[in-house]
Ligand binder design. Sequence first.
Ligand code: ADP
Ligand code: NI
Length: 212
Amino acid sequence: MNIKKIRKFMIKKLSNDKTGHDIKHIERVENNATKIIKDYDLSQSDTEIIIASILLHDIIDYKITDDIQKSTDEVIEILHKSDASNSQIDEILYIINNMSYSKNIEFKKELSLLGQIVQDADRLDAIGAIGIARTFYYGGCKSHTMYDLDNKSNKDLTEEEYKKTSNAISHFHDKLLKLKDLMNTDAAKKEAELRHKFMLEFLDAFKREITK
Ligand code: ADP
Ligand code: NI
């Protein structure tokens, strides 16, 4: 597979992103995946499927595009042009269409080991210090409020309710604090423990500082 070509496509698509799904997010996710795959003996094709999925995983997403069908067609086209086989294309599309938190709220999707690795690598970037930064950055970009003292909602949201939430602190309860227990691989579970602890410390300090 011509990974260089897929990377070029990704850079073109994400270079103006201001939602925290930018090129640096992709680089961090690749970095996380590199650490996770050390525990597995993967073929070159498997590794390429992981890298291609990471490069393309945020391009077909309602947060990034208004036209999901057009983005899907572009992703398929770039994969064909990059010499991916039909079965590789099917696997990459399955991974990127089923790995997100929101798509797994109401019904947990089965992912292959390769999909589980991509999902863990992406989810690690949603937690810890970088997860905190991305959450407020995203909220600012979407004109959400930072916190709402009256909002005590901690119930399980439906996919539609989850997509509509518009305050950064509630995103910790809606998603981020749940990710630690949803990791698939041992390396990600271990790293997630550290990042989770840091988020709890942050939330404690945040609460103390805003309480009258
Ligand atoms: P996934 O694709 O796994 O659902 P997302 O791409 O939705 O993950 O989210 C990536 C990151 O973007 C989140 O971890 C968070 O930092 C930020 N984000 C997404 N939705 C929200 C939201 N409603 N409020 C605050 N931050 C959000
Ligand atoms: Ni992502």
